[in-house]
Design a protein around this ligand. Structure first.
Ligand code: ADP
Ligand code: ASP
Ligand code: MG
Length: 423
C-alpha cells in the first residue's frame, strides 16, 4: 500500500464527463489499496475566463490591492474542480473530501499571482487518509500569513501537487495531462517529436525554465529539493487499463545522472515566446554602465534574462537585454525617462517579436561542437541569431519570432530527435 498523489490538469478536468473519468481512475487506484491525494486544476479555459472578467473591470492599474483581487478571482476555478471531483468520487462509492488551499492550509508568501509555498500542514490530510478518505486539494492556490488567498502563477497546480507529495512523503507524484509524457519538444509544434521514457531532473529543470510548459518550473525545483518521485503521463488513456501498466507509462523524472551517460547529446528543444528585447544605443563606454542600466531595472523588480554588450566604437557601445514580455512596456518607460538621460545614451529601442530557442542535454557537458552545430543549422535555414547564452547543459539563442517553428523543426532534425519513420 502506497501513498500516491495524482495531479490532473485543466483539459483532464475539462467537462463533467472528463471529471467522471478522473474519478474512475482514482477509484481504481483506491481499490488497488493505495492511499490517494488528488490535486486538480481548474476546468480548461476557466482561469483565462476568470482573468478576462477581471481585465474588463481593471485593465491597467495592477497594484498590490488589485493583484490581491486577481488571486481571489482566479482561485475560484480550482475550488469548483475539487468539489466536483469529490462528488464524482463519492458517486463511484469512494469516500472523498475536498479542501481549498487555506483549509489545509498550504501557506505561501504574499506575492500575489506568483506566490511561493512556504509550508504545508499535513495534519488534516493525514487524519482523512487514516479515516479511509481520498483527499482532493485545490491546485494553484494557497494562503498567506494574513489569511489572504494567493495563487502560484500560471501552471501552478503542478507545484501544488509536488509540494503536497513532498509534505506527505508520498511514494510517487503522478502528473496526468493531455500528452502521454515529456517529449523531445512540444509535440504540437513538431509532430515527429519523440516521447522520452526518462528525463534527468537537471534536463527537466532546464526544459521547464526555457519554456516547456508541460511542468511548471517550481514543481521541478520542489521535486529536486525533496526528491519526490515524479512522472508525467496521460489522463486520456482508458481508465480501466491495468494499474501496473499505467504506473509504468509516461515519462519518469530521474535523479541518477549515470543512466543518461549513453544517451543523446541533446535530449530536447525548448522554446519560449514570452520575452522581449531592449537595446540601449550609443551608451558612453565607461565602467559602471551595466550597473547603471541593470541596477535601475532590478530596482523596479523586473527580471532580466539574456544580456549582451557590444564592442565600442568611438567611445560608445550598444547594450541589449531581454525581459518578460509583460514587463516590456514598463522597462521601456523606465529607460526612456530615467536611464537614457542619466547615462547620456542616444536612444532605446524595443522588440517584442522575438523568441528564444534552446537545446538541452546533459550530454553537452562532455561533447564539444554542439553549439556550433546549432548555429550552423540555423544559418543553413537563413535564420539570423540576435543573442546567445550558454551553460553546461544548454545553449539558447534569440531569433525573430516568425522563424520559431522553422528553427525548432530544423534543430530537432539536426540533432536526430525525430521519431524514426515507420517502416
Ligand atoms: P495541464 O493543463 O495538464 O497542466 P499544460 O497545457 O499545462 O497541461 O501542459 C501540457 C502541454 O505542454 C502539452 O499539451 C504540450 O503542448 C505542452 N508541451 C510543451 N513542451 C512539451 C514537451 N517537451 N513535452 C510534452 N508536452 C509539451
Ligand atoms: N488553473 C491554473 C492555470 O491555468 C493553474 C494550472 O492549471 O496549473 O494556470
Ligand atoms: Mg500545466
Amino acid at each position: 500500500m502506497a501513498l500516491i498523489v495524482h495531479k490532473y490538469g485543466g483539459t483532464s478536468m475539462g467537462s463533467t464527463e472528463r471529471i467522471r473519468s478522473v474519478a474512475r481512475r482514482v477509484a481504481k487506484w483506491v481499490r488497488a489499496g493505495h492511499r490517494m491525494v488528488v490535486v486538480p486544476s481548474a476546468m480548461s479555459g476557466e482561469t483565462n475566463r476568470l482573468l478576462g472578467l477581471a481585465k474588463e473591470l481593471q485593465p491597467a492599474r495592477l497594484d498590490t490591492a488589485a493583484l490581491r483581487e486577481l488571486d481571489m478571482i482566479a482561485a475560484t476555478g480550482e475550488q469548483v474542480s475539487v468539489g466536483l471531483l469529490a462528488l464524482a468520487l463519492q458517486a463511484e462509492g469512494v469516500p472523498a473530501v475536498s479542501y481549498a488551499g487555506w483549509q489545509v492550509p498550504i501557506r505561501t508568501d504574499a506575492a500575489y499571482t506568483k506566490a511561493r509555498i512556504t509550508s504545508i500542514d499535513d495534519t488534516r490530510v493525514r487524519a482523512d487518509l487514516d479515516a479511509g478518505r481520498v483527499v482532493v486539494i485545490t491546485g494553484f492556490q494557497g494562503v498567506d500569513d494574513a489569511g489572504h488567498v494567493t495563487t502560484l502563477g500560471r501552471g501552478g497546480s503542478d507545484t501544488s501537487a509536488v509540494a503536497v507529495a513532498a509534505a506527505l512523503g508520498a511514494d510517487e507524484c503522478l502528473i496526468y495531462t493531455d500528452v502521454d509524457g515529456v517529449y523531445t519538444t512540444d509535440p504540437r509544434v513538431v509532430p515527429e517529436a519523440r516521447r522520452l521514457h526518462t528525463i534527468s531532473f537537471e534536463e527537466m529543470l532546464e526544459m521547464a525554465s526555457l519554456g516547456s510548459k508541460v511542468l511548471q518550473i517550481r514543481s521541478v525545483e520542489f521535486a529536486g529539493k525533496y526528491r519526490v518521485p515524479l512522472r508525467v503521463l496521460s489522463s486520456f488513456t482508458d481508465w480501466g487499463i491495468p494499474i501496473d501498466e499505467e504506473a509504468r507509462s509516461g515519462t519518469l523524472i530521474t535523479f541518477e545522472e549515470d543512466e543518461k551517460m549513453e544517451q543523446a547529446v541533446v535530449s530536447g528543444i525548448a522554446f519560449n515566446r514570452d520575452e522581449a528585447k531592449v537595446t540601449v544605443l550609443g551608451v558612453p563606454d565607461r565602467p559602471g554602465i551595466a550597473y547603471q542600466i541593470l541596477g535601475a531595472v532590478a530596482d523596479a523588480n523586473i527580471d532580466v534574462d539574456m544580456i549582451i554588450q557590444n564592442v565600442s566604437h568611438d567611445g560608445r557601445t550598444d547594450f541589449s537585454f531581454t525581459v518578460h514580455r509583460n514587463d516590456h512596456p514598463r522597462v521601456m518607460d523606465l529607460l526612456k525617462q530615467k536611464v537614457v538621460p542619466a547615462l547620456g545614451a542616444r536612444e532605446v529601442i524595443g522588440d517584442a517579436r522575438i523568441c528564444k530557442v534552446s537545446i538541452v542535454g546533459i550530454g553537452m557537458k562532455s561533447h564539444v561542437g554542439v553549439a556550433a552545430k546549432m548555429f550552423r543549422t540555423l544559418s543553413e535555414e537563413g535564420i539570423n541569431i540576435q543573442m546567445i547564452s550558454t551553460s553546461e547543459i544548454k545553449t539558447s539563442v534569440v531569433i525573430d519570432e516568425k522563424y520559431m517553428e522553422l528553427a525548432v523543426r530544423a534543430l530537432h532534425r539536426a540533432f536526430e530527435l525525430d521519431e524514426p519513420a515507420a517502416a
